[in-house]
Design a protein around this ligand. Sequence first.
Ligand SMILES: [Fe+2]
Length: 252
Amino acid sequence: MRYALLSDIHANLPALEAVLADVARRGVDGTYHLGDLVGYAPWPDETVRLLEAQGIAGVAGNYDSTVGLDYAHCGCRYEDARQEALSHESFEWTKAHTSGAVRASLAALPFRMDLRPLGGHTGGPKLILVHGAPTLNTLYWTEDRDDAFCLKMAEAAGARSGDLIAFGHTHLPWTREVGGIRFLNTGSVGRPKDRDPRAGYVIVEAEPAGMGVEFVRVDYDVARAADAIRASELPDEFAVYLETGGARLDPA
Ligand SMILES: [Fe+2]
């Protein structure tokens, strides 16, 4: 079974369209999202509706659950007062420009999904899909977390050797195996932070011998997204962020 995993689209419709075209060209058995569908770009409704139109299910990112439930804060991290102000502007703009029906869809997203490529009639292996970590969708699971942290998360998730836990949230792709369990950060479709502006997603090939992981990057019309951000009341800094692949650090 081949799965396409898409995380952190963040209302970037041109990036999502390019990724879906690439997925269709390659061919997969299933496509799932790992949350953070909205925030930072001006197409929240269009992004959610396109995923729904294509039957792409997935889990709740911190941005989705906080917008959907009208929470006071998006659960994003920031490193200084300017980042905090930008983060707040984005959150308020997104809440004001997301329809009630789409907010209800965001609120209804599950926290976690499990896939069993060999079917539920066998014991495994399984792919566990979450946004941030198996305990919280706001927890940043960065590559520098040690093996003990990974195993603690695996235990919290009920993962066993041969399983895979996929997540996003940091917008930085990485993978490693600890204790026979594969940990996979899929990176970000619509707001990459690794200085590569191209949209990022992952194809997981689930074989009886193990899980193969392919990181994919796709060119998309960055200018269309950046121009739309500048034409909106969203901060212009978010356009620069897309143009530079997050070279300028600001909230995830
Ligand atoms: Fe995100």
